[in-house]
Design a protein around this ligand. Structure first.
Ligand SMILES: Cc1cc2nc3c(=O)[nH]c(=O)nc-3n(C[C@H](O)[C@H](O)[C@H](O)COP(=O)(O)O)c2cc1C
Length: 271
């Protein structure tokens, strides 16, 4: 197969998916001797268009796992993609619990939109809600595995036929979105929860710039004028540490995840 360009395309609110996607794609481009192009669709502006994919492209495509699936706020944009025969490596990150059906869903979205997903990976990233759950991941071992995926994908592209990659997960119809529950088993609804802003805020507006939903008011960064998806961008990127949550359901879920998933989550490569 004659690959002339390698694309990396990702949505990454707190940067872990970006790190993995860049490492896989960078290795792939280097091994193929092809130029590397980047399309970041984390911010609303990145979802205004898409690359002009061709069948001589290979794309490493990354999203995090949200509630065991591809983040549902991205589905409308993903539905506009046109792969035009580009070879694809779907990659998901997850925050040490499980990636459930996110990888199989991402693979299918790409296949349904004209890409040829032939290799894939699931990687661990520090949980968006936490600084202790999967802290510091992806780490050096994870990045070594990301390079392995890039190298082996390049080997696979040297052959003629690209078969649909088999991945873990429940085939369509996928399992429902993962539902956090309290001690009594009652569903915890965090949909309407938004971060609060402490007096430490000096209105530098970093949060306004990094919010993937464009939901923070530039006039008053303590105000959320649109939806909040709890992605962690404003909380983790605030230079003053001024953003925080006080919702009891959210905090219970966060602690439960931190307590329940201390083991080292596994990286899985599919080729
Ligand atoms: C709303 C939401 C739901 C999440 N659901 C899951 C999940 O079901 N399983 C899991 O292991 N991690 C889950 N995570 C954690 C992210 O998948 C993980 O931290 C990922 O590395 C974040 O990617 P990013 O740094 O590119 O934003 C969730 C995070 C958010 C914000």
């Amino acid at each position: 197969m004659n690959i002339r360009r390698v694309w990396i395309m990702y949505w990454s609110a707190t940067g872990t998916t970006e790190k993995i996607t860049r490492t896989v794609g960078g290795t792939l481009a280097e091994k193929l001797g092809a130029p590397l192009e980047v399309w970041d669709f984390t911010l609303p502006s990145g979802r205004q268009g898409q690359p002009d994919f061709r069948d001589t492209d290979a794309v490493v495509f990354g999203t995090p796992t949200y509630a065991g699936r591809v983040p549902n706020v991205l589905l409308k944009y993903l539905d506009t993609l046109a792969g035009n025969g580009a070879a694809a490596v779907p990659v998901v990150t997850y925050g040490n619990r499980d990636f459930d059906d996110s990888l199989i869903e991402l693979r299918d979205i790409l296949a349904d939109h004209g890409f040829r997903p032939f290799a894939a990976g699931a990687f661990v990233g520090e949980h968006s809600f936490s600084t202790v759950l999967a802290a510091g991941r992806p780490d050096a071992d994870d990045l070594a595995l990301a390079r392995t995926l890039g190298e082996r994908a390049a080997d696979r592209l040297a052959g003629d036929e690209l078969e649909l990659v088999a991945v873990d997960g429940t085939p369509k119809p996928y399992r429902g979105y993962y539902q956090p529950r309290d001690r009594k088993g009652t569903p915890v609804n965090i949909l309407k929860v938004k971060p609060l802003t402490s007096d430490a805020c000096d209105k530098c507006r970093v949060c306004v710039k990094v919010c993937p939903m464009g939901s923070i008011s530039p006039e008053d960064p303590s105000q959320y004028t649109g939806i909040c998806i709890k992605c962690g961008a404003c909380v983790k990127k605030c230079p003053k540490g001024a953003k925080y949550y006080d919702d009891a359901g959210y905090l219970y879920h966060k602690t439960e995840l931190e307590e329940g998933y201390k083991r080292r989550g596994e990286v899985k490569l599919y080729l």
